[in-house]
Design a protein around this ligand. Structure first.
Ligand code: ATP
Ligand code: MG
Length: 328
């Protein structure tokens, strides 16, 4: 990435730390960093206390530091099989690379969330499944497993309830500050904007988080994770139950070079992934690469899905459902 040719809006998502130093009046997030630099007046530079070259060096330094601190440079994770629920051997070793999206499918209660939890905790044969998770083919250092500053994994879990009583704004602010960034309106607005694109009814910065619906909380967490989380591994449990725009959510989350796993009962999400893990009775029984044929079916599935979405919104609006057209 050539930093200086990138738009400020893109850079702030990639390197939120830059917000603190790019906060000069009326920053236009559509400018490239180059344009931004060229537009800085001598008074502004004086204010910063640096000339243009040193300011550029500072920005470069911050971005390099962020990259180095992107904790461990995770290239892949390996799932080493453990046991099925009946105690029989789960004979599998599966490596997932960065930039990949993998779905996990299987009957209710079969162990999809359990597999995500094993990855989240980097199980070392010490969970009910007795699986082992390796990072870059190595047993992860215990600091990685138990340290909160060094979180490799962001998890969007199936059941989510806010227990704190703060506003959406305060909630996002806490998260921004926990990443060592001073309060930033640009990031805050971006998270709110993206969350509202995903949710049905919109909410504002002053809405209390406890007043958000299930779908709205989910949308907020997805936007927050996509924009703020530096974790190289993202685990998503059941986007589809939340009544939010699933495809948009996935696009938002998949933007960056990460390892994405998504447990789902939804054929569209399952086929959007490059491969899927099939779980039965607590263990991985099969791995299927999504074929071109399957991808081609996505077009039909999306049409079907839109029909259903329309029906759902008609029901929500109190309309009567009479004829259902099934031709496309
Ligand atoms: N290999 C295993 N050995 C022992 N227990 C297991 C194993 N795999 C899963 N379980 C347990 O089975 C239960 C159901 O698993 P889980 O919640 O992961 O199901 P799920 O596939 O996510 O279901 P749903 O589709 O309803 O979300 C959990 O208590 C989990 O810990
Ligand atoms: Mg589950």
């Amino acid at each position: 990435m050539n930093l200086f040719q990138e738009k400020i809006s893109v850079l702030l998502v990639e390197y939120p730390e830059l917000v603190d130093i790019l906060k000069y009046e009326h920053v236009n997030a559509d400018l490239t960093l180059d344009n931004y630099m060229n537009n800085l007046s001598s008074e502004e530079l004086e204010d910063i206390g640096m000339n243009k070259e040193s300011f550029c060096d500072l920005i470069l330094g911050i971005t390099q530091c962020t990259t180095a601190n992107s904790k461990v440079n995770v290239k892949n994770i390996t799932i080493k099989g453990g046991m099925f629920k009946d105690g029989s051997l789960e004979d599998i070793e599966l490596t997932l690379e960065t930039g990949s999206v993998t779905s996990i499918v299987g009957p209710t209660g079969s162990g999809k969330s359990r597999l995500l939890a094993d990855i989240e905790w980097m199980a070392q044969r010490d969970t009910p499944t007795k699986r082992q998770i390796l990072i870059n083919s190595q047993v992860p250092h215990s600091e990685l497993r138990f340290s909160f500053d060094c979180k490799l994994v962001a998890q969007l879990s199936q059941n989510m309830n806010f227990v704190i009583d703060t506003s959406v704004e305060e909630f996002i602010k806490m998260h921004i500050e926990s990443r060592g960034i001073d309060n930033s309106h640009i990031l805050m607005n971006e998270i709110l904007y993206q969350a509202n694109l995903l949710a049905g009814e919109s909410f504002t910065a002053s809405t209390p988080v406890t007043a958000l619906s299930g779908g709205q909380s989910r949308a907020l967490m997805i936007a927050d994770t996509a924009i703020l989380s530096a974790s190289p591994i993202v685990l998503i449990d059941e986007i589809e139950n939340a009544g939010i725009d699933r495809k948009k959510a996935l696009e938002l989350l998949v933007k960056k070079e990460k390892i994405i796993l998504i447990a789902t009962h939804d054929p569209i999400l399952a086929l959007l992934a490059q491969r899927r893990i099939i779980i039965q009775n607590g263990g991985i029984v099969k791995l299927i690469e999504t074929s071109e044929n399957e991808k081609a079916n996505l077009v039909i599935l999306e049409k079907l899905d839109n029909k259903l979405l329309n029906l759902r919104s008609k029901l929500r609006n109190g309309d009567i459902i009479e004829d259902i057209e099934l031709n496309f």
